[in-house]
Design a protein around this ligand. Sequence first.
Ligand code: SAM
Length: 289
Amino acid sequence: MTKINWHYEQMTSGIHIALRSEKDLVSVETEFQDVSIFETRHLGKVMRIDDGIQVTTKGEHIYHEMMAHVPIIFHNHVKNVLIVGGGDGGSAREVLKHRSVEKVVMVDIDEQIIQLSRKFLPEINNGAFDDPRFELRIGDGADIISQYNDCFDLIILDAADPDGGASETLFTQSFFANCLTALKAEGILVAQGGTPYFEPYMMQSMVSRLTQAFNNPAGIYMGGCYDYFGGSHAFIWATRNGSINTLPLETLESRVTTADIQTKYYSPEAHFGAFFLSKDMREHVDQAV
Ligand code: SAM
């Protein structure tokens, strides 16, 4: 008889998500974290690290497209990108769609995540790890960031929530201060800000930490969300020179046409609309600053 496994994630106090595995593909205890990848009926393949869902093949495109294309289209001449975390390769895949991008450095603490993602989630990394513009560095992002000065147009912080795991070091003020140093004058940092309906404190804390570290107000935009439940996902961004805003729809349409990227979720309209926060979300953000 086939054994049915349920994978549980505590979303917040009093709410657990249970996903039924149709087939367990791999389960490994690495030097840094417990990783499992399994197949589900409605979310496709799921990668879980420690007790948290990291990525699903059904919904990852929303998260990765919004994380990459919103800042790249806004900036308009991104050449050098640093991804901190991101071991499944989805963020790298989206960044590398832009012909303007000359170099992507990805720093992940856990080499085994990249090997497992290559083997079990090739539809997510989709050749990104073999792109000649891609460089992989293995180490703690909090250490490696201090080696860069005035290097990147964009830093993508694609790490799990700071809940006691390996990503804890990536949510400190000293890490964000080093990110600021690593960025060029017009550089942008974007980070995931959690699912705002269930964990508004995550988005609030990221807004206030980035605002403080960059000495400029951090901004927020929203995308839809399959992977982490709760309907919406928050993205928090800040720039060295303080200029963050949405762009007129006509400008977005023109830039997206020029970029000529193939996407499933991201569009000029999705970009434009992502900045219109509902009243309750605006109140949450205002409380943070
Ligand atoms: N999208 C995901 C989320 O929001 O939960 C993040 C997915 S990605 C797989 C997270 C990656 O961050 C993992 O590959 C993990 O190894 C990496 N990571 C965790 N802590 C890190 C650190 N201190 N430095 C660099 N990479 C780290």
